[in-house]
Design a protein around this ligand. Sequence first.
Ligand code: HEM
Length: 432
Amino acid sequence: MPCEAGFTPRAAVYDRSVTDGDLFRLWRIRRDEAVWRQDGHVVVADPALVRRVLTDPAGFAPANALDAVTPIPATALRILASHGFRLPVTLANNGTDSHPGLRQIVADAMTPRRVEALRPWLTGVVRRRVSGVVHELRDGRSVDLYQRLAADIPLLVLARLVELPVDDVSVVKLFSRSALELFWARPDTARQRELATVVGEHHRWLREVARTGPGLVARLREHCDREGLGEDHVVAALFFLVVAGQETTSQFLTLLLARLAAEPRVREDLVAGVVSAESVVEEGLRLVPPIVSWRRTATVDADLGGCGVRAGDSVLLWLAEAGRRVAADGDAFAPGQRGSRRHLAFGAGAHRCTGAQLARMEAQVVLAESAPLLRGTRVEAEPRCPANLSFRMPDRLVVRRVQEGWIQPEARARNSSGDRLPAPSGMIPARP
Ligand code: HEM
């Protein structure tokens, strides 16, 4: 797999036909209520209530977490079926007894020790990427930081961590973004058929990996054999991991870099070591989480903050708004402020994200290595986010150099202990 080159997308997955102000643009809406009904969901924005729902699997089951928001028509279902596409309950949507065993296997693959072991390798990859970006900027070219520093890096990390045989990064990216659009956006019927073709074809590849893959896949296979769960469970777990285990982080990196580009003070503090990469990442998760909402199904009638919920209701947890409300100064990007770490970007309870530490480590590395280069650049093209109930899916972040002498050799981010990081190879003065 190419670690050095960056990533070229196969096709744009972008929908310009939507209006603002609906649940598919949750990152743009502002509402003050704690809970209300909208578009067939009970929407929960109050952080305490979001946490209550997430940590009550008996009252609020995860069964609908991966359901297609826009019903998939028979024509698209037939396409999926022709590729042998089947998705039994897996991880995030699994409220059955098989969940703890499957979850444990995945969690064991991403322990803090295993995650930390990847840090030096990842630092090298990112540093070389940053060096290339610096040279291009210095030559006066525009650079898309989404493509160069965010799109494929989490997939390369995931593949290395769990021994996933990824031959073509752009194919996996096309698949995972198509899956997010098919299941969480509102494509029309023709688009659903296109997406079903991409997702179906890729499902075949996942089935092959499920049969033969080493490492985590082999452990999932043995477990499912032993427990009588069958191959579909391995494929389903892989399906979720390949999508959730890299798209989320890649989206977060783009959103975080975009936010940092708009926060010169935080950027300077980061480069000067006044704030740590860890606290900037945490504040980013709070204010620009890649997953803005997540679903549960009410299993019994209940009262949620004065709103009557009936068994069977879809409960939409507005994670992004809950994050805004937990901090002392909710709208301010102020790393280390009171409440900064109390966000719910990774969910909570029995299904809390098993990749949280991995995502944090990746974001810290990318941030520490790339923050200095944002100093002398301006954003030429902001990320665009298509309409989607849960995922932000930014598609670009184009920057250009604005001044001479913009990268100071001594301007280097610090690590968590406050030590200055060695100068990335890209940290060179501008050409005279
Ligand atoms: C910034 C990046 C990420 C964010 C914001 C994120 C967020 C989430 C959220 C909101 C959930 C649902 C939690 C719940 O229902 O309570 C989840 C579940 C999950 N995530 Fe992540 N995630 C990220 C990265 C990752 C990575 C890197 C991996 C693995 C490599 C991963 C693997 C998983 C898994 C396996 C689950 C299902 C856990 C279960 O149901 O037991 N995620 N994530």
